[in-house]
Design a binder for this molecule. Structure first.
Ligand code: C2E
Ligand code: CA
Ligand code: CA
Length: 715
């Protein structure tokens, strides 16, 4: 710059020059052709060239490629409209070292032409250049931050909406419009009303949604977090917080997250938990419950009993053990489904007989138990149970009269344990069965003796045949029409130590223990041998022998019978085998084959105790039998002989229509004999004609029967 001078004009020039050099912006004056005619100190610094190097150079050499016309353009603009002040331009300058830098150029005309510009016809241009590299760094940061923000907003799975405080859409991301199914043009509209309508229409609870928006409008600084349920099953989480610039709230940011999969997973997990809990509950009840009847099971009863006998405050503890009578027959005749139904009905009735606090359990099969812990009169409950159970019930179309045998044992003065109490009830129940079923008996110490006796009897029965204790009595069966004895039934007798054990006691025991095979064979052998002489006198005479189902299971039973017949000289056609219908319940081919072999050989089969079982008359035609023996319970219905008993006549008619002969058992009176004869019953058996008599008294029995027959004729 020029040195200071002493005169006033030169001092003005000095001051001018000093001001120019003090300017922080680079200043360049250009001649009309673009040549640099002046440059200040800042220009030297900015362009990295001395004043001497700069002056005389065309300014275009100071601009980077692409920006070289910028200054010319400004120049032309100013020349055309000298009063204007055009905006500064962004350009790139070139430093003396060849690097480029960003700068802002402002330009204005210098109207007053100096000596270098004589005539003033040519205007000069003053350029003010400011480097902007510092500003660009900040710009770059901002731009980077902006792009980062945009990228983040667009890449987030959340839908974001920014509303201004005035209620206009200030921004949103693509995810927002996708999630809410909003057509993009709707977002560009002037009002957000259609958007709102679309949004609300998708929600399960639009009222709550709008309510929350209203709340937040009243409370701009609040944050909120809630869940939105969509009609289409989706679930969004909604999060909202105010948008602030500095301290000022300028709007509100809403962000929505689709949590449907998470929600579904949560729901599934919840459901799985519920299922698991239900299963656990089921397992729990299974552990304590009888699945068929829903009653408690043995474990529950045992626990309850154990607790009751050790609880000193309990005044009374009673165990009622019960077992259905002849349940096996229901199962066999009507099927297991019917058996199950009967058990369920029994369970229902039992529950009805006791208070809800009492334990009623099924121990298995047809065995039930009741535990009473505060009952003033257990005998009354036991009687009630026996009575209630005996009420007829229709199962599978058949009317059944369930009956049971019940043993009752109570905790008394002498403190017995739980298992002993149950054993006592069991003994009493056994006694009730032995006493004729369909009743209850209270345990009595004497029953213990009976139990001992029973086991003792079993060992005695084992030796009965070998000791010759088994004998046979014969009871005549008469034909009223022929006026004579046509048959004898062989009945087993057991004399033990001079005492006669009734067949109703030892036959079931023999069946249970398997001894019936040996005993049955003995009876048959004795019967044939003793009756052979009488039989040989008349081929129309026959011998009836009782046969248990257990015996028929022996594969060589038929052979054995035929061998015995041959050995004793009895013709097979003179033999009648008496079986009860229960042998046919689960009859297998082998059993049918045994009977067929015997029938083929000429022997006949009689159905014993007919009418006492569960089977119907209709079943008769399917059974391989020749005779039915009407049980004495039906015969005993005849008292005066004047009564109408259609059951008797239909039994006899039905049997006859099937080609079977009919024998009536237990005929004790002449009235009964007349009644049955009038119904054309083929033969009669009973005390009226003769008691069962031993072989030595056969003549006596025959005589007695004939006397009775004759007196009937005389009536
Ligand atoms: P069941 O085959 O029905 O025999 C008839 C039963 O009725 C006999 O009883 C007989 O004594 C009895 N009785 C005969 N007439 C009359 C009468 O007029 N009134 C009354 N109230 N009863 C009469 P028992 O001898 O006590 O035999 C009982 C049951 O034992 C027999 O009934 C039979 O099922 C079975 N049993 C007897 N012996 C044998 C045998 O050798 N083998 C098999 N498996 N069972 C036998
Ligand atoms: Ca019989
Ligand atoms: Ca009978």
């Amino acid at each position: 710059m020029a040195k200071p001078q002493s005169d006033s004009k030169s001092s003005t020039a000095w001051a001018f020059g000093a001001v120019l050099d003090a300017s922080p912006d680079a200043l360049l004056a250009l001649a009309a052709d673009g040549t640099i005619i002046m440059a200040n100190a800042a220009a030297e610094r900015l362009f990295g060239a001395s004043r001497e190097e700069l002056t005389g150079r065309n300014h275009r050499t100071l601009l980077a490629e692409g920006f070289r016309d910028e200054v010319d353009r400004l120049f032309r603009l100013l020349l055309a409209q000298p009063g204007r002040h055009p905006q500064p331009q962004e350009v790139y300058g070139v430093h003396g070292n060849g690097t480029e830098f960003s700068a802002e150029v402002a330009a204005s005309l210098v109207p007053d032409s100096g000596p270098e510009n004589p005539g003033g016809t040519q205007s000069a241009l003053l350029l003010s250049v400011r480097g902007t590299s510092h500003r660009k760094a900040a710009d770059d940061d901002l731009r980077e931050a902006m792009s980062l923000l945009t990228a983040t907003l667009e890449s987030t799975a959340d839908g974001i909406l920014v509303m201004s405080t005035e209620g206009h859409v200030a921004g949103y991301n693509d995810q927002f419009v996708t999630m809410w199914n909003i057509p993009p043009e709707l977002m560009e509209g002037d009002t957000e009303e259609p958007v709102m309508r679309l949004v609300v229409a998708q929600l399960v609870d639009p009222v709550a949604f709008m309510g929350r928006i209203g709340e937040l409008e009243d409370n701009p600084a609040a944050e909120s977090h809630d869940v939105l349920d969509f009609k289409d099953g989706r679930t969004f989480e909604r999060y909202s917080r105010p948008q602030r610039v500095g301290e000022k709230i300028v709007g509100r940011v809403w962000s929505f997250r689709d949590v449907t999969p998470r929600r579904k997973a949560q729901e599934q997990a919840h459901q799985a938990m519920l299922d698991l809990a239900a299963q656990a509950e089921k397992l729990r009840t299974m552990a304590f419950q009888d699945p068929l009847t829903g009653l408690a099971n043995r474990a529950v009863f045992n626990d309850g009993l154990a607790e009751a006998v050790t609880e000193p405050r309990l005044k009374a503890v009673d165990v009622l053990l019960l077992d259905l009578d002849d349940f096996k027959e229901v199962n066999d005749v009507l099927g297991h489904q019917a058996g199950d139904e009967l058990l369920i009905e029994v369970a229902r009735r039992l529950r009805g007989c006791v208070s809800t606090a009492d334990v009623v359990a099924r121990l298995g099969g047809d065995e039930f138990v009741v535990l009473l812990t505060a009952c003033p009169d257990a005998d009354a409950i036991a009687a009630c149970i026996v009575r209630c159970l005996h009420v007829p019930v229709t199962i599978s179309g058949t009317v059944l009269r369930p009956s049971l045998s019940l043993g009752l044992a109570s905790l008394g003065q002498e403190n017995v344990g739980a298992s002993e109490l149950l054993r006592q009830a069991d003994i009493a129940m056994y006694a009730a069965k032995a006493a004729g079923k369909n009743r209850f008996l209270r345990f009595h110490p004497e029953m213990m003796a009976a139990l001992v006796q029973r086991t003792d009897m079993e060992s005695g029965l084992q030796l009965a045949v070998s000791r010759g204790e088994i004998t046979v009595d014969f009871q005549p069966i008469v034909s009223h029409r022929m006026g004579q004895v046509v048959k004898f039934e062989a009945l087993a007798r057991w004399d033990r130590d001079g005492e006669r054990v009734p067949p109703s006691v030892f036959i079931p025991l023999a069946e249970r223990t398997g001894l019936i095979g040996e005993i049955g064979a003995e009876v048959m052998a004795l019967g044939m041998v003793q009756l052979a002489p009488w039989l040989s006198e008349d081929p129309s005479r026959s011998l009836s022998v009782n046969v248990s189902g257990v015996q028929l299971l022996e594969p060589d039973f038929a052979d054995m019978v035929l061998r015995l017949a041959e050995a004793s000289g009895v013709a097979p056609y003179q033999l009648v085998l008496e079986v009860t219908e229960s042998v046919f319940f689960d009859a297998d081919c082998s059993l049918i084959k045994q009977l067929s072999t015997l029938r083929d050989a000429g022997a006949r089969v009689a159905l014993d105790d007919f009418g006492t079982g569960y089977s119907s008359l209709g079943r008769l035609q399917d059974l391989p039998v020749d005779t039915v023996k009407i049980d004495k319970t039906f015969v005993s219905m005849v008292r005066t002989g004047a009564e109408r008993l259609p059951i008797l006549s239909s039994m006899i008619n039905m049997a006859h229509s099937l080609g079977l002969t009919v024998t009536a058992e237990g005929v004790e009176t002449a009235a009964q004999a007349d009644y049955l004869t009038a119904l054309e019953c083929d033969s009669l058996q009973g005390y009226l004609f003769s008691l069962p008599e031993p072989g030595e008294r056969l003549e006596f029995a025959l005589h007695h029967a004939e006397v009775a027959l004759n007196s009937l004729k005389g009536r």
